[in-house]
Design a protein around this ligand. Structure first.
Ligand code: GDP
Ligand code: MN
Length: 411
């Protein structure tokens, strides 16, 4: 589950990571009041969306298509972006008014952008140096990986491409925890020396504790800054936490922002379905995550691409199957649907009834290939055959994939 910058910073501060004080605001008046309470000489007003590159973004309402294309490429926004400095409460209010309710396009949002509903009004600082630092799980070593670069503030992908030697890695064994030695290695790699290096040990250890303690799957501090006063501060923060661990963090679960998620994914989770929207043309309804992956693979192998991942689970009810079908057909990119069921606990006749119920409700505008195998497969096939629906039957996955790809590409 992704978090907003202001939420992530508040959580990390609880682990002792140094951040700057600030408040979230959803109206320009609230932003003004927040700036007044902060009482800082400089405040920064930052659009809160689940995407980075805000500083170099543009607002759809303010600029023409050429400028939006520049925003999507990450070209400098010259004061028009989603991160603005304000030297008074008046300016903070104006900056918030210039962002709230508008649609921000950045390198990470795609051209459609994201609506800004909240801004973070936070104390500014005097930046001496900007660094890049991220924390993630390295699946090949099963260790917590700190990836950093002394060349911060810029796009890490660019650094990785143009100057890969500028990126360093420090791995931490979670059974041992982060040692002072490892923390110092990070600090040294960033070019810190003397007292600043010594002080940085506490910062990196706190970051590690936060990453572990919150069950993060990704944590990115870009930039991590060294101020002119010699302090290390997390100036920006992107955090993604493991959705499967949310039961351990009810307070974090409450921070979920449904506005930032795909409407269809929310609807799917309400019905207990695992659904992830993708950008292909073949909608998939499958039982079991492994079979769903195999189905996506074979579609790709046959030269088309899946419109979604969907696992209806082992013991889905007819109503869930109907919901799944509704969700798939809502996507305008879907040019064909492949139902691939291997009945075990799941009974094929339940799937057949669900498909018929859903088609009666939402109609069927695209070719539908159904492969049923296992428990009650014959009954399921019979139900579909007698339904009068234009279902294309298939007897195995290979044939099913051939048929749906042919149907979609012929269309
Ligand atoms: P992003 O564009 O979404 O990654 O947002 P960031 O929080 O990283 O902000 C973008 C840039 O704005 C940073 O790299 C900084 O250069 C600048 N910035 C953010 N906060 C401050 C601040 O307090 N003082 C100054 N001088 N610059 C800031
Ligand atoms: Mn950033």
């Amino acid at each position: 589950m992704k978090l907003h910058e202001y939420q992530a910073k508040a959580l990390l501060a609880g682990f002792g990571v140094r951040t700057l004080p600030g408040e979230a605001a959803s109206t320009p008046q609230e932003a003004r009041a927040a700036a007044e309470r902060l009482g800082a000489e400089l405040v920064v007003v930052k659009a809160q969306i689940h995407a980075g590159g805000r500083g170099k973004g543009r607002f759809v309402e303010d600029v023409d298509a050429g400028e939006i294309a520049k925003a999507a490429k990450g070209e400098d926004a010259a004061g028009k972006g989603g991160v603005r400095l304000a030297w008074s409460a008046d300016e903070a209010e104006a900056a918030a008014a210039a962002m709230l309710g508008k649609t921000l396009v950045t390198k990470q949002t795609g051209l459609e952008g994201r609506q800004v509903r909240t801004v973070f009004v936070t104390e500014g600082c005097d930046i001496a140096t900007e660094f890049y630092l991220s924390v993630m799980l390295d699946r090949s070593t099963n260790r917590v990986l700190f990836l950093g670069s002394a060349e911060g503030g810029v796009d890490i992908e660019e650094t990785a491409h143009d100057n890969p030697d500028a990126i360093f890695r420090v791995e931490v064994d979670s059974a041992v925890g982060m040692t002072d030695f490892q923390a110092r290695a990070i600090g040294r790699s960033l070019g810190l020396t003397g007292k600043t290096l010594t002080k940085s040990v506490g910062f990196f250890r706190a970051l590690y504790e936060g990453y572990m303690g919150l069950d993060c799957s990704m944590l990115e501090i870009n930039p991590l800054v060294l101020t002119k006063q010699g302090e290390l501060i997390a100036l920006d923060c992107k955090m993604d936490t493991d959705g499967n661990a949310l039961y351990r963090h009810p307070a974090v679960a409450e921070l979920r922002d449904l506005h930032e998620e795909e409407a269809t994914e929310i609807e799917a989770s309400e019905h207990g379905l695992s659904f992830i929207k993708l950008d292909g043309t073949i909608g998939c309804m499958v039982n079991g995550a492994g079979l769903a992956m195999a189905t996506m693979d074979i579609i790709q192998f046959k030269g088309a691409s899946p419109a979604n991942f969907l696992d209806v689970g082992g013991g889905a009810q007819q109503s869930q199957v109907e919901a799944a079908f509704r969700i798939i057909t809502k996507d305008p990119n879907v040019k064909g649907i492949l139902v691939n069921i291997f009945g075990g606990i799941m009974k094929c006749d339940v799937i057949a009834q669900g498909v018929i119920g859903a088609v009666k409700e939402v109609g069927l505008q695209v070719p539908l290939v159904v492969r049923l195998s296992g428990t009650n497969a014959d009954l399921g096939k019979k139900i579909l055959a007698e339904s009068g629906l234009a279902v294309i039957p298939a007897s195995n996955l290979d044939e099913a994939a051939d048929k749906i790809v042919a149907a979609v590409q012929g269309a």
